[in-house]
Design a protein around this ligand. Sequence first.
Ligand SMILES: Cc1cc2nc3c(=O)[nH]c(=O)nc-3n(C[C@H](O)[C@H](O)[C@H](O)COP(=O)(O)O)c2cc1C
Length: 321
Amino acid sequence: MIKMNLPKLPSDTILAPMAGVTDVAFRLLCKKYGAGLTVTEMISANALARENQATIKMIDVVEAEKPRVIQLFGQNTDSLVQSAKYCEDKCEILDFNLGCPAAKIIKQGAGSALLERPNKIKEIVQALSQAVRIPVTVKIRLGIRTGSINVIKIAQICEEAGAKMIAVHARTQKQGYTGKADWNWIKKVKENVSVPVAGNGDVKSVEDYVRMKTETGCDYVMIGRGSLGNPYLFKQIADYNKTGKYTERSKVQQVKDFFAYLELAQKYNIHFNNVKFHAQAFTKGIPKSTQLRDSLSQIKNIPSLKKEMLTFLSQVKELEK
Ligand SMILES: Cc1cc2nc3c(=O)[nH]c(=O)nc-3n(C[C@H](O)[C@H](O)[C@H](O)COP(=O)(O)O)c2cc1C
């Protein structure tokens, strides 16, 4: 079997996978603004292997997104291999989740629970890498808890087993999404593997991006929550890399970006709950957005939401005059 290499990415920023958030409309908008890579939310390999229709629908990748990344989670090597083969023709990269801290995932022995089982990780990553032509990448955390950080060992095992890129979310499983990400570990991983490393955790601005790159030497910067309601951040980073400067986003631009998302969401038939979530995210921090949030919570369909958001946009335009 001829193995494919990691495709060359148009930029060094990556949109982090976020379940219930990074639908194809949001991913395409981030890509338009300069994200070099976008990833589906995590997909259950067990469910996919059973050909669960709802899970199949979650694989919402489209040609325009290329290079496409599908992220799988699971703990059963056979199901993972079967799912990887199913995904092989639908994406250019297959990512394996070794970081999810959610109780229902850990209970299955998947996500970050696997960080305690280096041999199992080796078995799975090796099996995945051998099963498909496309490159396999992994997304890991520092370890289970502060006292048992094993991220360097896990990264080395993944590399040896065939992983072509390692994304490091610099928190432990126990930290969940709280506390500060410890970027020192990203630097240490970078120094101890030869495949590209993506640093992840707490990047919310151009300055954070620059600091993560210089402090850790990582090849890519993966951005999660910092992009919520703010895919424009990818443009600011791209502008900064090109010209050394970037412009602040206006409030009007912030709301207009929601309409760009909405257009894509309608095109790709995105679930209304996602659209509502993004409407709130794209208006956060703008005067009167709390009232807007109250009215959005009552809204049940796209036309009413659009009307509400257009009224809000006119108010924001008035404010910025
Ligand atoms: C709502 C939400 C959903 C997430 N879903 C996933 C997921 O499906 N797969 C994954 O690997 N990480 C997931 N993550 C973790 C993010 O990819 C990222 O590692 C984490 O948010 C830290 O990066 P940040 O500080 O830039 O947000 C999720 C995070 C959030 C907030």
